[in-house]
Design a protein around this ligand. Structure first.
Ligand code: C2E
Ligand code: MG
Ligand code: MG
Ligand code: MG
Length: 292
């Protein structure tokens, strides 16, 4: 025991790891039953046109309401689902559900669904997508698939083939979180993206004095325009950020300045009744700045 005395920290560390592993196993079991028990839901964040300030679509975002722990973030359970091989099932459920909800919305509205790199690497993805579109009876061009650049990691040409197959189905392809991680302009050139989403870390810093993020946003949008792609600025929270991304040419914005992700019922309400009046009120109140 004496020789262990100095290793107390190590001992506790090991115990913590053990407890954490047990908690993750319990969470994994719960996640397995979450779909069938209805604990997993899709919420929808409006995507807003910069030019018209109208909703052009929604991004579907997973929400898990655990019966004991309450709301668990997808930033916690999506990585767990990927690690435990559950993401294929959850991802298929998300595609089916989002297309089903989209069928109830006006024809000019799109839905964007996040696709994990693990789903993207699965040869069944095209048939899963085709099936979701067919079951819901929607036009495939109303469905956007959001993919991050990590699909290009260790890629030996399979990504390009998958992109081509998905384009043939008629869905739109979106490069998510551009500017984080392994960003490269060659990714934009190598795949037939219809939209680039500029990561919120660029938007957040851009209004700070002396920031270079504005110049980066501006070059991404010019490149996108030249290549016929749309751009969405992610995580726009303030009026200044909205003005900035407008000035730098982003075609769409998503962010708390308009709305967070909404329940399907609330999303439908916004389509009928318009956006959160607060952001629009702010615009009107401060419109003299636009002429500056
Ligand atoms: P993401 O695809 O980049 O989604 C955008 C995240 O930014 C969402 O977080 C959204 O709620 C948040 N957000 C939106 N506007 C603002 C804002 O103005 N300010 C701030 N601070 N945040 C904002 P959420 O819903 O927690 O999702 C986190 C991530 O989890 C997503 O990032 C995505 O990578 C993943 N995820 C969510 N749903 C799915 C899914 O169905 N499948 C897969 N594979 N991943 C998903
Ligand atoms: Mg996304
Ligand atoms: Mg994103
Ligand atoms: Mg992001």
């Amino acid at each position: 025991a004496a020789k262990d005395a100095g290793r107390g920290g190590y001992y506790f560390y090991e115990t913590d790891l053990h407890a954490e592993a047990e908690a993750r196993t319990a969470l994994e079991q719960d996640l397995r039953s979450a779909i069938s028990s209805g604990e997993l839901q899709l919420f929808y964040q409006p995507v807003v046109s910069v030019a018209t300030e109208e909703i052009t679509g929604f991004e579907a975002l997973l929400r898990w309401k655990h019966r004991e722990h309450g709301w668990i973030s997808p930033r916690t359970f999506v990585p767990l689902a990927e690690e435990k091989g559950l993401i294929t099932l959850i991802g298929e459920w998300a595609l089916m559900t989002a297309c089903h909800d989209l069928a109830k919305w006006p024809e000019n509205i799109r839905v964007a669904v996040n696709v994990s790199p693990l789903q993207f690497a699965n040869a069944n993805l095209p048939s899963i997508v085709m099936n979701a579109v067919a079951q819901a009876g929607i036009d495939p061009s109303r469905l956007e698939l959001e993919i991050t650049e990590s699909v290009f990691l260790n890629d030996d040409g399979e990504a390009a083939a998958m992109f081509a197959t998905l384009k043939r189905i008629g869905v739109r392809l979106v490069l998510d979180d551009f500017g984080t991680g392994y960003s490269s302009l060659s990714h934009i050139e190598r795949a037939p993206f219809d939209r680039i989403k500029i990561d919120q870390s660029f938007v957040r810093g851009a209004t700070h004095e002396g920031s270079r993020n504005g110049a980066i946003i501006s070059s991404i949008t010019s490149l996108a325009v030249a290549l016929g792609m749309e751009t969405t600025a992610e995580g726009v929270e303030t009026f200044d950020e909205l003005e900035l991304v407008r000035r730098y040419g982003c075609s769409h914005v998503q962010g708390f300045i308009y709305e967070p992700a909404l329940s399907p019922e609330a999303a439908l309400q916004r389509l009928a009744g318009g956006l959160n009046a607060m952001a629009q009120g702010k615009r009107v109140a401060r419109s003299p700045r636009e002429s500056v």
